[in-house]
Structures are given as structure tokens and as C-alpha cells.
Design a protein around this ligand. Structure first.
Ligand code: F6P
Length: 342
């Protein structure tokens, strides 16, 4: 078989580990040949290919980013996009495609599978918001980076009697904020799933100062206030999947706290630092196992599925199970953290 591989959406630690596992097992166990498609769905759309074999995947296990590059191209938003993809796959003699991505990239894969393209999905996102799988790779690395930042920020907050607001990624789901906030001992965690009350946050801040500690607030970029509950945007411009660019909620909260409590408050935006660099051991382990199972699904001709983690087992689920709806933080999970607030 000739197998195409692509990575789409935001880069994520562990993408290279998946590519390596897919190629190494595909060549060794099944004698497959591979073609790398560059820049996510733009690759098969514009026939952007790169050689992909054992030589190309040597040494990439610990490397962040993706050797296949990425984009947020949506072929369903381009006239004749699907036909062009089918033509280019045929022209390259591709029998099957391994698509590694999040809700958008795998959303495209889901629709293409319905249209007869032989595709197997691998779930990735630092946001951990794909359904059907207990975890996506990249999340653990992002949480560890955010936790380390919180650990470091505690010392400045204490030394300067300051409130520090740490803005982390998480458009619709607060997994990074919740896990890093708990691990880093944050005094408040604000997530998109639970609109926040600024008056309550200011009370927590005052209480924290009374106990001679300085507050650290961890907030997801997609968190919204109860009053005037709009997301905070960098710009209203939308990408090909209809997403606006979020950012600025940390500054907004810091300003509000200063105005209301008179305490100095500063925001720190972690941004793409959370997605950069080398994956943790857990993410390398998960990404590698996803890759191994994805290529086995291809060998079994089990197309239209996505590999997923359930407990410690890797299983296959229909793509739609991963992309149909986002996996959000449940209220009771958030409530567990509330005992530490204030
Ligand atoms: O989906 C992953 C993610 O990192 C989100 O948390 C974030 O909102 C988005 O990507 C940012 O995308 P970009 O890097 O394209 O601005």
C-alpha cells in the first residue's frame, strides 16, 4: 500500500512521534510506502508532497512541531476542493491517508471518509477537547509548561504583593487551566465552561492577601464573565473553520481587579510557549502508541476510524465520535478544585 500522512491545525508536541511510529511500523511490518503531504489539508489540495521514509523520521521523536508542517486549510471552503484532493491522492497512487489533527482537521477527515476517501484519524490537541479519547497527546506537555510557569510566578507574586493572572490556551474547554491550576496551586481557576463573577474573584483576592499570600489566577483564553459574557478577542477575523483569535482576558481581569481592590495586578500570557518544544515522556508514549495503532488500522482497511485512548488501551472509534462534539470540563470536576479557591 501507499499511505499519505498529514498534520493539520495548531502544532502540538508529539506530532513527530506519531509520524515516526506510523512510518517505522508501516515499513517494517507491512512493507508500506509513504508520501508526506505538507501543510495539513493544503498538501493534498495543492499536491504539496515530500518524501517520507525511515530516513526522514530518524531523530524526530523528541522534536516539537511537525516535519510535515501545518495549516488551517479547510478544503470544504474551497470551490472544487474535495475533487482536487481526490485527484491528487489518485495521482500519487495513495491507497490510504493518516490524518493527524484536532476537531477541524479530523472534522474534514470525517466528511472525506463519508465521501469515500480511505482515511484513519489520529487525535491531537493541546486543548484535550476531542471526545472519544481520554487524552490527546500534547496536552500533558502544555500542562507541564503552564505548571512550571505558575510555580515561577508564585515567587514574584509573593515578593511584590501582586496579583498575577496567568492566561493559558483553551478556546472552549478549560482542561489546561484546570489541570495546571490544580498542579500549580492556583488560588482561582477560570474556564470557558463556567462563566465567572468578577466580584467573587475580587473577594478571593482580598481573602488571599489577608492570609499573607499573593493570589495567582489561572484563566483560559476562552473564559467569559457572567455579566457581558463575551469572549475576549485579539481580532474578529475568522479562520477557515470560523474561529476568531482569542486573547486578552488576562489583562481584562487584571485591570478589573486593580480598579476594584486597589491591589497591583499583572497578566502573563503563555501563548504558543505551551505548544513549543519537546514533548513530555507521557506525550511521546501516547503519540507513539497512537501511530502504531493507526497504521495497523490502515493495514486492516478499517477506514473512517480514529485511534483513541481508553484507560491504558488504544482502541478504534468512528471518526464522528471524536469530532461530533467537544469534550468539556464537567461541573463536578470543576467543583473539586473550588475548595482551593480564595
Ligand atoms: O487548538 C489549539 C490552540 O492552541 C488553541 O488552544 C488556541 O485557541 C489556538 O490553537 C490558537 O491557534 P493559532 O496558533 O492558530 O493562533
Amino acid at each position: 500500500m501507499r499511505v499519505g500522512v498529514l498534520t493539520g491545525g495548531g502544532d502540538c508536541p508529539g506530532l513527530n512521534a506519531v509520524i515516526r511510529a506510523v512510518v517505522r511500523k508501516g515499513v517494517k511490518e507491512y512493507g508500506f510506502e509513504f508520501v508526506g503531504f505538507l501543510d495539513g489539508w493544503r498538501g493534498p489540495l495543492e499536491n504539496l508532497t515530500t518524501p517520507l521514509g525511515v530516513d526522514q523520521v530518524r531523530g524526530i521523536l523528541p522534536r516539537g512541531g511537525t516535519i510535515l508542517k501545518s495549516s488551517r486549510t479547510n478544503p470544504f471552503k474551497i470551490d472544487g476542493g474535495v475533487e482536487r484532493i481526490k485527484e491528487n491522492l489518485a495521482a500519487n497512487g495513495i491507497d490510504a491517508l493518516v490524518a493527524i489533527g484536532g476537531e477541524d482537521t479530523l472534522g474534514v477527515a470525517t466528511k472525506l471518509a463519508d465521501l469515500g476517501v480511505n482515511v484513519v484519524g489520529v487525535p491531537k490537541t493541546i486543548d484535550n477537547d476531542l471526545s472519544g479519547t481520554d487524552f490527546t497527546f500534547g496536552f500533558d506537555t502544555a500542562v507541564n509548561i503552564a505548571m512550571e510557569a505558575i510555580d515561577r510566578l508564585h515567587t514574584t507574586a509573593e515578593s511584590h504583593h501582586r496579583v498575577l493572572v496567568v492566561e493559558v490556551m483553551g478556546r472552549h474547554a478549560g482542561w489546561i487551566a484546570l489541570h495546571s491550576g490544580i498542579a500549580g496551586g492556583a488560588n482561582v481557576v477560570l474556564i470557558p465552561e463556567q462563566p465567572f463573577d468578577i466580584t467573587k474573584i475580587c473577594d478571593y483576592v482580598e481573602r488571599r492577601f489577608q492570609s499573607h499570600y499573593s493570589p495567582i489566577i489561572v484563566v483560559s483564553e476562552g473564559a467569559v464573565p457572567v455579566e457581558g459574557g463575551e469572549m475576549t478577542l485579539v481580532s474578529g477575523e475568522k479562520d477557515a473553520f470560523g474561529h476568531v483569535r482569542l486573547g486578552g482576558i488576562g489583562d481584562r481581569i487584571a485591570k478589573e481587579i486593580e480598579d476594584r481592590t486597589g491591589k497591583e495586578a499583572r497578566a502573563v500570557v503563555l501563548g504558543h510557549v505551551q505548544r513549543g518544544g519537546t514533548p513530555t515522556a507521557f506525550d511521546r508514549w501516547l503519540a507513539t502508541r497512537f501511530g502504531l495503532h493507526a497504521i495497523t488500522a490502515v493495514a486492516d482497511k478499517d477506514f473512517g476510524c480514529m485511534v483513541a485512548l481508553r484507560g491504558t488501551s488504544i482502541v478504534r472509534v468512528p471518526l464522528i465520535e471524536g469530532t461530533g462534539e467537544l469534550k468539556l470540563v464537567r461541573p463536578e470536576e470543576y467543583a473539586e478544585a473550588e475548595v482551593f479557591f480564595g
